[in-house]
Write a protein that binds this ligand. Structure first.
Ligand code: PLP
Length: 415
């Protein structure tokens, strides 16, 4: 979403979302923390879950729980139908042409590890172009596979240097692996443009969509990438489940990376053959309930007026940006023109961890540290920052409370 620069009139449309009704769907939001009403501003770490997801999980365990694929009894068939049907639903959700291109994994981290370990072009000594704003999950797996990670630089406002990107991609790395939306800055990267650059020189592209799918619709075909991955827990769904989407020819040439039940065709002591994708990548009993919960989250999200969610989040971002910019000694980090609801900052004279503890005493949940982006923080010359990350269930009043607590902290430490 595009926001006005600080001091300029907001370009955001008035919000039409019934925020109270939306909040009522999230039981945890009515709770408290440290004896104060809970103000949850850490949705980039994990989103809260609507009742629809909680119900789907408990309904599955109460009425359909069985292991999948090999049971001949009705209960197992029910679980199998739900699990296999989920793949079709996920394919629709991200614009994939075929459900066989959807691999269920533990989350974004596991998806990237799978590709780093199994994609034939990733060999010791190869180059993977990443960016300076990557989460560690999109750096370390490539390094473990022996690749050299070469970063696209990030500008002072927190955007990719696209001239440098084109040059690095032109050197034909084994992979371009880039984040769709930065968890630390909120920047929405121009993925379709990067994919066009990569396609021109036959470089495959993996997109880390962990922070994207919960904020706006994603269409992998329109983006033109080769791999896309996300975690359900940042999409109002359960932890421990996520998706790797990959183009079918890539999955066909990738060997399994874990062995066990459910991923085989035949097994003997002499030779084992494997199931076709996606089964060959899903060894062992999968997180069946997680898959059911993820589908409930997708169904829930797609029942919402997504334009209204988007407008409300943009309004919150504009309001929060304006409030924070007026706090003495506060420096906003990440001011890209296109960003999601992430407010990352430093406050002069206060360590981010101390600041997060002060906010915690007021019932406000934020994150402090490097947000698993140490190279980015090094680039910005900051050991740590504080991050308030928004979801459409947040309110202007919560941001007012955040600003009140920050002003108080600024006064305290200025003495
Ligand atoms: N990539 C980004 C941009 C993230 O924000 C995160 C989590 O914060 C991850 C990857 C890793 O996600 P997970 O821990 O769910 O595997």
């Amino acid at each position: 979403m595009t926001i006005a620069a600080v001091g300029e009139p907001s370009t955001v449309q008035p919000t039409t979302l019934d925020v109270d009704a939306l909040r009522a769907e999230f039981p945890i939001l009515a709770g408290s923390s440290r004896g104060k009403p809970l103000i949850y501003l850490d949705s980039a770490a994990t989103t809260q879950k609507p009742q629809a997801v909680l119900d789907a999980l408990s309904h599955f365990y109460a009425s359909a729980n069985a292991n999948i694929h090999r049971g001949v009894y009705e209960l197992s068939e029910r679980a199998t139908v739900a699990y296999d049907g989920a793949r079709v639903r996920v394919a629709q959700f991200i614009g994939a042409s075929n459900d066989s291109e959807v691999v269920f994994v533990r989350g974004t981290t596991e998806a990237i590890n799978l590709v780093a370990r199994s994609f034939p072009a990733i060999t010791p000594g190869c180059t993977v172009v990443v960016s300076e704003m990557e989460h560690h999950a999109n750096i370390v797996p490539w390094q473990l596979a022996g690749a050299r990670t070469v970063p696209i630089p990030v500008t002072d406002s927190g955007e990719l240097d696209m001239v440098a990107a084109e040059k690095l991609i032109g050197e034909r790395p084994a992979m371009l692996a880039v984040v769709h939306v930065s968890n630390a800055l909120g920047t929405v990267n121009p993925i379709a443009e990067l994919c066009r650059m990569a396609r021109a020189v036959d470089v495959p592209v993996l997109v880390d969509g962990a922070q994207a799918v919960g904020h706006f619709s994603v269409d992998v075909a329109a983006l033109g990438c080769d791999f896309y991955c996300y975690s359900a827990h940042k999409l109002y769904g359960p932890t421990g489940i996520g998706v790797l989407w990959a183009k079918a020819p890539h999955l066909a040439q990738m060997p399994p990376w874990q062995g066990g039940g459910d991923m085989i065709d035949t097994v003997s002591f002499e030779r084992t053959t494997f199931a076709p994708a996606p089964g060959k990548f899903e060894a062992g009993t999968p997180h069946i309930a997680g898959v059911i919960g993820m589908v409930a989250a997708i169904d829930w999200l797609e029942r919402q007026d997504r334009d209204a969610l988007h407008a409300h989040e943009a309004d919150l971002l504009a309001h929060g940006t304006e409030l924070l910019a007026s706090i003495p000694g506060l420096r906003l980090v990440g001011t890209a023109a296109d960003k999601i609801g992430v407010l990352t900052f430093t406050l002069s004279g206060v360590h981010p961890h101390d600041l997060a503890s002060l906010l915690d005493a007021d019932g406000i949940c934020v994150r402090a540290g490097h947000h698993c982006t140490q190279p980015l923080h090094r680039r910005l010359g900051l050991p740590a920052t504080t991050r308030a990350s928004l979801a459409p269930y947040n309110t202007r009043a919560e941001l007012d409370a955040l600003a009140g607590s920050l002003n108080h902290a600024a006064e305290l430490f200025a003495r």
